[in-house]
Design a binder for this molecule. Structure first.
Ligand code: ADP
Ligand code: MG
Length: 726
């Protein structure tokens, strides 16, 4: 079967899709029986562990206190029994290397007893420590190959869980991944360190507001809205670009794209909904509180969002969410694409990262209440965030820098690469009052939405309403970082958020403590501080349309950094100010920062390099052959017609001949541009500025050919097929 025949067959297979019957069983009560049923939860621990052991664990989990390793044996034993009841034969240390993916090392519980049989064993040591051969994970020079061991170490704050497979189940233990020197090789360790840092500083501010220093842990909270595409697997397997790079490197714009906005929040197609339902059920079992689902703007694009959780758990759950999405999609004959830009000319995918701070006792510290102007505590926390985002905009931008996000940011569908804050009318007005008269005396009512129809209720308006063009928006009781890429772990952006806000809270607490020492009235000190900070940092606030050229110019006048591409932002990581910041709060050392920067540059170069190789291969072996076959067909027709005295209009033939020539030339050019040598900023710049445009040059001619070549000769599933056939 030729490539093009296979393509037509694929279309037939998709249209023949039959819903799978009887797959889902919803008789279980989703709350009590389903939710968390595969999680070694606090409830399980409380029921199964001796009282003192549970109390000790609880201190670590809920209050961030140091883990007492002497209890590990007892916990391990109980955990093993629970897992075996759930059918587990193996356990896995799950960790999060710098690639941003999830890694697992599996071991069997089975240990031969030397007498020809075996026993099931899982010791405290097995639980606490693993030694995966880490030599294949990027470390950015922290670990030479001869000392390649990396250690995984149990993160008790994130619950162990059971991962099901038709052939057995595995006990998964979330772990941190470090080198033998204790340096972080992963995304989790700095996240936990940053949570420690922000708790410490938030406690200082709260103490100033008269709260007793309770052993209540102030945790950053996170809720990540994940966008993704679903395409039929028949098409997916026919496109090596989707399979290997996660996005299409070729493909002409379909006659109808997303212009009509008819997909956004539209009715969810049956197969997709079936897939979502099963995904959600699996996630419920794992204790992931997924809440909302809907169609997104582009055809074939969807979103899933959870209820927020403490940042470390939200991060692990987010990784699980994409994992389960991919797995379940395959069961329904689909592939889940989480790349930031799977299809050119259509919206890409992001991951809106909602962030706040809170605790059991204090609830949400970014909740403004009904009259924010007299909620000084809220204003201090909110101002701390504004200051942090302004002061460290470059670092925030660097935390979302990747080859994939380069294709999306600033593209009139996603936030611009300039980091600014949308505050909304009410807060903007309050900060204006503070700036102009030193004191805010009123809160603009947020009011009600009148629908005009008497039968409909009036809706309360959110204080921070919607401005989709802002990369960082206050949305009522939290900040939403919208520039995060759909394919990245939220750990990186969270580490930056937590650390920069910790620094701001430290700054504010210090000022207020100094005022207190000088016996300045507290209210006066707060008002003075708010005025100072907002005056210094209001430049970052922007409520207008972030997609316009005027904003880019205005931002430049305001001195806000604009890093259009990853290569512009990544150097921020190792600037002296950044190193000083991360070292001060003990989140990342200078060596760790340098290693991270190196890894990200390497990842960047490798992505571009893979796309280069794919572009060459697909253009040469799929597109060029199809084009010359058609060219030949036209030439034959022309010759034949001439022989019998007819005229043949050679317009099409001329065009194709021209495109084919350009295609060949652009491939030849691309073949001569390679990415060589050790990863460095220079190399990444070369990738971004020379290789990426050369890839695009090949694509240009290929896409033009797609519009000319006979459909039955075209080897690649088209955008129209992949996005509209469900
Ligand atoms: P929208 O599309 O309006 O942004 P969604 O319901 O899609 O709303 O997503 C809102 C996200 O914000 C959810 O994941 C939710 O859990 C999260 N969120 C809400 N409150 C907080 C909070 N205090 N801290 C962190 N995330 C929050
Ligand atoms: Mg949303």
């Amino acid at each position: 079967m030729s490539g093009s025949q296979a393509r037509l067959q694929a279309i037939a297979n998709v249209t023949n899709y039959e819903p799978t019957e009887g797959l889902l069983n919803f008789t279980e009560n989703p709350t009590s029986e389903l939710f968390g049923s595969n999680v070694f939860s606090m409830t399980q621990m409380e029921q199964r562990l001796p009282k003192e052991v549970f109390a000790s664990l609880q201190k670590t989990i809920q209050k961030g206190e140091r883990l007492d390793s002497s209890i590990a044996d007892i916990v391990a034993n109980v955990m093993k029994d629970w897992a075996i009841e759930k059918g587990a034969t193996h356990y896995a240390h799950v960790f999060y290397p710098l690639t941003g993916s999830t890694a697992e090392k599996h071991d069997s519980f089975l240990v031969p007893d030397g007498q020809g049989s075996a026993i099931l064993e899982f010791s405290g040591e097995n639980l606490i420590q693993g030694e995966p051969d880490g030599s294949s994970f990027p470390s950015g020079g922290i670990r030479a190959t001869f000392e390649a061991r990396g250690y995984t170490t149990w993160d008790v704050t994130s619950p162990a869980h059971i991962l099901e497979n038709p052939n057995g189940t595995t006990l998964c233990i979330p772990t941190a991944f470090v080198s033998w020197t204790g340096e972080s090789l992963d995304k989790k360790t700095p996240l936990l360190r940053s949570m420690q840092a922000i708790n410490l500083q938030a406690q200082r501010v709260l103490a100033l507001f008269g709260h007793s220093k309770e052993d209540d842990f102030i945790a950053p909270t996170a809720g990540a809205e994940q966008e993704y595409f679903l395409v039929d697997r028949n098409f997916y397997f026919m496109r090596s670009d989707l399979l290997t790079a996660g996005r299409t490197l070729f493909g002409a714009k379909p006659p109808k794209g997303q212009e009509f906005d008819d997909h956004y929040f539209g009715a969810i197609p049956e197969r997709v909904l079936a897939c979502m339902l099963e995904t959600e059920r699996e996630l419920f079992k794992l204790g992931v509180p997924v809440k909302t689902r809907h169609n997104e703007v582009a055809p074939g694009q969807y979103e899933i969002a959870p209820v927020f959780e403490a940042a470390n758990i939200a991060t692990d759950h987010q990784q699980l969410t994409t994992h389960v999405l991919r797995q379940v999609a395959a069961k329904y004959g689909m592939a889940c694409l989480t790349h930031e830009k799977p299809f050119a000319e259509l919206n890409g995918s992001g991951k809106h990262l909602n962030w706040s701070l809170g605790s059991k006792k204090h609830k949400n510290l970014l909740n403004p209440g009904k009259t924010p102007h007299d909620n000084k505590q809220f204003l201090v926390f909110c101002t701390a965030v504004i200051r942090a985002v302004h002061k460290y905009a470059g670092l925030l931008r660097a935390s979302i820098a990747s080859a994939g996000n380069d294709l999306r940011l600033g593209g009139h569908e996603a936030p611009p690469a300039i980091i600014s804050i949308f505050l909304g009318d009410q807060l903007t007005d309050i900060f204006e009052q503070i700036k102009n008269s030193g004191e805010a005396t009123s809160s603009r009512p947020t009011g009600f939405l009148d629908t005009g129809a008497n039968v409909l209720p009036n809706l309360p308006r959110h204080s921070g309403d919607r401005n989709r063009t802002s990369p960082f928006a206050f949305t009522g009781n939290r900040f939403e970082f919208r520039a995060v890429g759909s394919n990245q772990t939220i750990a990186g952006p969270l580490v930056v958020m937590n650390t920069i806000v910790a620094e701001s809270l430290d700054f504010m607490a210090t000022k207020l403590e100094e005022a207190q020492a000088d016996s300045v009235d507290f209210e006066t000190a707060v008002t003075k501080l708010l005025k100072e900070v907002i005056t210094d940092h209001e430049a970052v606030i922007f409520n207008g349309d972030g997609y316009t050229q005027e904003w880019i110019d205005e931002a430049q006048r305001r001195g806000l950094p604009n890093f259009p591409k990853a290569i512009d932002a990544l150097p921020e990581i190792t600037k002296p100010e950044s190193i000083a910041l991360f070292e001060k709060y003990e989140v990342l050392s200078k060596r760790e920062l340098h290693s991270r920067q190196e890894v990200y540059l390497e990842q960047y170069c490798m992505s571009v390099q893979v796309e280069r190789a794919l572009t060459i291969e697909m253009a040469k072996t799929q597109i060029f052959p199809a084009a010359i076959r058609y060219q030949n067909e036209l030439a034959q027709t022309c010759a034949n017609l001439k022989m019998i005295g007819y005229e043949f209009d050679t317009n099409t033939l001329d065009r194709i001949t021209h495109y084919v020539k350009e295609l060949q030339d652009s491939i030849a050019t691309l073949e001569q541009i390679d990415i060589k040598g050790e990863p460095s900023l220079e190399q990444a710049k070369h990738a971004c500025q020379t290789v990426v445009p050369a890839n695009l040059a090949v694509r240009k001619w290929a896409d033009l050919l797609e519009g000319e070549v006979a459909d039955d000769l075209w080897p690649l599933p088209t955008y129209q097929e992949m996005l509209f056939i469900r």
